[in-house]
Design a protein around this ligand. Structure first.
Ligand code: UDP
Ligand code: MG
Length: 320
């Protein structure tokens, strides 16, 4: 495809068992973008779905050449699927969105007008999140603030994956090779002029969320450990504080022995102290282990994903 044919916009959609949503999503995108006179392509990345999501996508692409796809050999996760999608982008800008219609298509023309004003990254910020539990909202609220406190980059608060990025940003993103990746963080890390537009996040149309608690915790850890060395430094700080504390305790004991002649049972202090120190040591060994684990994953240098099948366009296989 030569550059003059490239569409205005590429829409990247990771898909994992979303058979009930794909056709509707496609219809809505097509209507919204055609109405807004935006030329586009839709890139579905099937992340090893077990249902017939992939068959639906392939059918769509047979009837509409603007639909392109890649299908993974197994489930590699949302971060890998979006990475693959970005490597397939041909448009002058790209939007990343969920397949479950939680991200409203009508926001895209608004993002485009921000982009035309000159912003290179347009984040969509969730004002409200219908249909999600209080606990999910509360932990998400806390998560963004903790991450910003600890990490070297600032993540825009309450922004999910839904965003528009300029071609330049896509190219920058495609240069990242790291294995554990927190896509939202990387898009902040790259810099460029960024802005935020607000929207009300809709509940999922059909199907259920693929993010259970464990996956959310693991993703948060990737975010924290991927963007910050602060947890490592915390070990040192806690270590020093503990050492100072033990000197104070020692001094107190000596003073009590010499001047007050107190016989201290010491049992309480010893047992609690033992568990406390044991706990601190285990926690920080874990922190160090987490970084070592990451180093191990990176030196293995395995591919981020494996494509079983992609739309018949040689460029699609790039980066597989
Ligand atoms: N997804 C994916 N691979 C996975 C899990 C999810 O490609 O392993 C896709 C999923 O199909 C959806 C998007 O990522 O399009 C976000 O997932 P979900 O809606 O389940 O997350 P939530 O919106 O509940 O955080
Ligand atoms: Mg969703």
């Amino acid at each position: 495809m030569n550059i003059n044919d490239s569409p205005d916009l590429s829409i990247v959609i990771p898909v994992y068992n979303e058979a009930e949503n794909i056709t509707n999503l496609y219809g809505e995108l097509r209507k919204t973008l055609d109405d807004a006179k935006i030329t586009f392509e839709i890139i579905f990345v099937d992340d090893g779905s077990g249902d017939n999501s992939f068959q639906i996508i392939r059918k769509l692409s047979e009837t509409d050449p603007r639909v392109r796809y890649a299908s993974f050999s197994r489930n590699f996760g949302h971060e890998a699927a979006s990475t693959c999608g970005f490597r397939m982008v041909q448009g002058r800008a790209a939007v990343l969105m969920d397949a479950d219609m939680q991200d409203p298509a009508e926001l895209i023309p608004k993002m485009i007008s921000k982009w035309q004003e000159g912003y290179e990254v347009v984040h969509a910020r969730r004002l409200s999140r219908e249909g999600e539990s209080f606990i999910k909202k509360a932990t998400s609220y806390a998560f963004y603030r903790i991450i910003n406190l600890f990490s070297d980059i600032k993540l825009p608060v309450d922004v999910g994956d839904f965003r528009l990025v300029d071609r330049k940003v896509v190219d920058a993103f495609n240069r990242f090779n790291e294995h554990s990746r927190y896509v939202r963080g990387l898009f902040s890390w790259v810099g460029y002029s960024q802005t935020v537009i607000d929207y009300n996040r809709l509940p999922r149309k059909r199907g259920k969320t693929k993010y259970n608690w464990l996956r959310l915790i693991l993703l948060s850890m990737d975010a924290l450990f991927g963007f910050s060395l602060v947890p490592l430094r915390l070990c040192i700080i806690f270590g020093i504080v503990t050492i100072v504390f033990s000197f104070i305790v020692a001094a107190v004991i000596v003073i009590q022995r010499l001047f007050l002649d107190l016989a201290i049972p010491g049992y309480a202090l010893l047992t609690t102290g033992m568990f406390l120190l044991g706990g601190i040591q285990l926690t920080f060994l874990g922190v160090i282990g987490e970084y070592i684990g990451k180093i191990y994953l990176e030196v293995q240098g395995r591919p981020l994903f494996i494509i079983r099948e992609s739309s018949p366009d040689p460029q699609d296989v790039k980066g597989a």
